[in-house]
Design a protein around this ligand. Structure first.
Ligand SMILES: Cc1cc2nc3c(=O)[nH]c(=O)nc-3n(C[C@H](O)[C@H](O)[C@H](O)COP(=O)(O)OP(=O)(O)OC[C@H]3O[C@@H](n4cnc5c(N)ncnc54)[C@H](O)[C@@H]3O)c2cc1C
Length: 440
């Protein structure tokens, strides 16, 4: 019998966080990671260099006691800085209060901080170079290649390609669905200026929205920015069409003229950096009996356009922690509860992230969107406990995503009717009071 209460597979962003929550409760945790220790050996190209951290993620980092340490390395971003084709910029604030900001954080810094934290906990055993290959669920054994170990409860935080999910699918139809976006991404760098300063405003998330594709840039602590080009894999304006040095320069000069000065190694980076593919993962159930559970990207990988994949995965850890109490410490019951009842939240954020791609790359530019946004902000001031713009509910609150989605649909419908003249302002106010219950 394994002496560990819980065995976790995957020490990316969410695995060490969950291990920390569990050890805080006094559980003994065995955490395995396929890669070598990122603190000792530099890793190859990862899944984005920096990330947007917001309320749900911050809450979880606070709970395990490392937010204060992380905080020093966060760069607040107060809104979207839109760049048009004439190199003009315009800031759209994310919220109305000055603390309604999201934060840029380095993925490797965050991962390393979480691993360091885990290693300080005496009840967590951390093992690198262990790739889960097989599982015998009924006999509670898993394999890392030739090495077999037993477990009591098994949780997969092994990310987008989750092997634990693959193994669970052999035992039960979890209604797994992978929805490829058909668009990919490539990272590029805006280095600091010659006198060591940021070349653009660091307190914004920069976007060059261009309809079917877009470029974004997030600030880093070393005064550089990491840019990401999101574009279709095939067809007009796609990665497939931009190959030669001339293609690259022509594309950027035409679409993002202000970046030519900003990205000195544009051609080299474009040619050498990989194109990452994007997809959403849906499963109708995240547990196999009371034996195994998946969470984070393993359960609900989403496209990155709401900056929520990690935040959602961190919130999973908070939810699991609270469900242990709700189920009076019965971990098997918690597996069933989380694996069934939290699924709708994973689906909701997956869908909102897809919708936000269209908003970021296209709608932000159109007049309807701007009018809609003005009304949203006005209603939030008028009904602070009933009406919160969807972006704010996702990024600055911890409201379950499915509830955010539900309220967001009602809000969208009402504002669309008001903006098109279908309903009056009096009617709009009445409908908000009638349909959007108070947040308590
Ligand atoms: C381009 C891009 C930009 C993004 N930007 C944001 C953002 O701004 N904000 C945000 O919140 N989210 C963002 N995300 C999403 C975020 O990266 C993920 O949601 C987050 O990393 C999920 O954490 P996780 O722990 O579930 O998975 P991961 O962080 O991927 O960790 C999984 C771990 O499991 C390990 N593993 C895999 N297979 C095995 C195996 N068989 N055995 C053992 N170990 C294994 C892996 O090596 C890895 O360490 C972005 C994603 C992309 C692609």
């Amino acid at each position: 019998m394994n002496k560990f209460d819980i065995t976790l597979v995957g020490a990316g962003l969410s695995g060490p966080l969950l291990a920390s929550y569990l050890s805080k409760r006094g559980y003994k945790v065995d955490l395995y990671e396929r890669r070598s220790d990122m603190r000792k050996a530099p890793q190859g190209a990862g899944r984005s260099i920096n990330l947007a951290l917001s309320a749900r993620g911050i809450k979880a980092l606070r709970d395990i006691g490392i937010f204060e340490k992380i905080q020093k390395n966060l760069i607040p971003m107060k809104g979207r800085m839109l760049h048009d084709k004439n190199s003009n910029t315009h800031l759209q604030l994310y919220g109305q209060n000055k603390d309604e900001v999201i934060y840029s954080v380095s993925r490797s810094f965050l991962n390393i901080s979480l691993l360091d934290h885990v290693e300080r906990q005496k009840d967590i055993q951390l093992s690198f170079n262990h790739e889960l290959t097989d599982a015998d669920f009924e006999n509670k054994k898993i394999n890392f290649g030739d090495k077999a170990i037993s477990f009591n409860r098994l949780i997969g935080s092994d990310g987008f390609t989750s092997q634990l999910r693959n193994l669970m699918l052999k035992k039960e139809d979890l209604k797994f669905r992978k929805k490829p976006l058909g668009h990919g991404y490539k990272e590029l760098t805006i280095p600091p200026s010659l006198n060591g300063k940021y070349k653009m405003d660091p307190n914004a998330l920069h976007i060059w929205p261009r309809g079917n594709f877009m470029l974004i840039a997030l600030p880093n602590m070393d005064k550089s920015f990491t840019c990401t080009l999101f574009a279709p894999m095939k067809g007009v304006g796609s990665f497939e069409k931009i190959k030669s040095s001339d293609d690259i320069l022509f594309f950027f000069e035409t679409e993002f003229p202000d970046t030519i000065q900003l990205i000195p190694s544009l051609v080299d980076e474009f040619k050498n950096n990989p194109v990452g593919k994007l997809a959403s993962i849906y499963c109708e159930k995240w547990n196999y009996k009371d034996i195994a559970l998946i969470m984070g990207d393993a359960a609900h990988a989403i496209v990155p356009f709401f900056g929520q994949g990690m935040n959602a995965s961190f919130q999973d850890c908070t939810v699991i922690d609270s469900l242990i109490d709700k189920n009076s410490g019965d971990l098997g019951a918690m597996f069933n509860d989380f694996g069934t009842n939290h699924v709708e939240n994973g689906h909701a954020i997956a869908n909102m992230a897809l919708e936000n791609y269209i908003e970021m790359r296209d709608s932000v530019n159109n007049l309807d969107y701007k009018k809609h946004r003005e009304v949203e902000l006005l209603l939030e001031r008028r009904f602070p406990n009933r009406f919160i713009p969807r972006y704010s509910m996702v990024s600055f609150h911890e409201i379950p995503y499915a509830e955010v989605y539900r309220r967001g649909e009602i809000q969208l419908d009402l504002i669309s009717k008001f903006v098109s003249g279908e309903i009056s302002e009096v009617k709009l106010n009445e409908e908000i009071i009638k349909n959007l219950s108070l947040f308590v």
